[in-house]
Design a protein around this ligand. Structure first.
Ligand code: HEC
Ligand code: HEC
Length: 223
């Protein structure tokens, strides 16, 4: 109706406004995992924009380094590595922390502050870091259990891959710190509020506490 009354010039202005707003809405209100992935795929496809994105990511991730490590290898046993994590998983978790579906004191406050550009650049930076064996913390004394290997090879490989590196939709878990893995598995197992609505809840419902320890000990040492 408004367009009819305004005539052509009104329509033209509406059209121009849409054009102007398009980049804005992509970087603020309409942040979805899909929109981030589309933009990320575009930017990381060209070597030049990928390089710029990586540098921007390194800059914007500074605030994360004290916990997740400068190269994405976490500084504490209870904190996950972000190195080599797939971008879709990172986008999904930012979204879950921001919406309250996943809860953690620090991350729930941090995630909503990250703009679309921050998320894309940070994902480019961390996904290109390598996971390294841990050198500090109590987790280095955990011995990988063979029963954990059997559990992995019968129950986990189908989704997380035989090497635990996941894929575009499933997170990498290989080489995560034992403490993080164990406490995360317990949260899924007990269907804690911290990580509700995850497909993992039903996957490991019937495992015992010893099973969770065993499989965590194995996954932590996967390269
Ligand atoms: C003060 C420490 C701290 C800082 C700073 C911090 N994080 Fe975290 N982060 C954590 C902890 C602890 C967890 C694990 C929460 C849990 O147990 O579920 C986590 C989890 C995450 C996860 C989920 C990873 C997974 O494997 O499930 C992502 C993604 C993440 N952080 C990104 C970031 C980014 C990006 C920054 C910087 C902008 C950042 N974090 C800064 C402590 C921190
Ligand atoms: C049906 C597919 C499927 C199977 C089987 C499966 N997982 Fe998962 N797993 C997922 C998905 C999907 C996620 C992401 C969950 C989310 O976002 O809440 C996940 C998340 C995880 C996480 C959290 C990773 C992180 O960084 O936050 C751990 C740890 C994990 N799985 C371990 C395992 C183990 C160990 C097994 C075998 C006992 C297993 N998974 C079997 C699909 C699966």
């Amino acid at each position: 109706m408004w367009v009819l009354r305004q005539g052509w010039s009104g329509m033209k202005n509406t059209f121009l406004l849409c054009l102007l707003l398009a980049p804005l809405s992509a970087s603020s209100d309409e942040v979805t995992v899909e929109s981030l992935m589309t933009r990320y795929t575009e930017l990381s496809a060209e070597p030049e924009t990928a390089q710029a994105l990586y540098q921007q990511g390194q800059e914007r991730a500074r605030f994360c380094f004290s916990c997740h490590g400068e190269d994405g290898n976490s500084t504490r046993d209870y904190i996950p590595n972000l190195a080599s994590q797939n971008p879709v998983y990172l986008f999904t978790q930012f979204e879950k922390f921001a919406s309250g579906e996943r809860k953690n004191y620090v991350m729930s406050r941090l995630a909503p502050e990250l703009t679309a550009d921050d998320r894309i650049a940070i994902a480019e930076y961390f996904s290109h870091q390598d996971v390294k064996p841990r050198t500090e913390g109590e987790d280095i004394s955990v011995v990988p259990q063979q029963s954990g290997r059997q559990l992995y090879e019968s129950m986990c490989f189908a989704c997380h891959g035989t090497d635990g590196h996941g894929n575009e939709q499933i997170p990498r878990i290989a080489g995560q710190p034992y403490t993080f893995l164990h406490s995360t598995l317990l949260s899924f197992h007990n269907n804690e509020e911290k990580r509700r609505n995850s497909p993992m809840v039903s996957v490991i419902r019937n495992l015992t506490e010893e099973d969770l320890e065993a499989v965590a000990s194995w996954v932590a040492r996967m390269p």
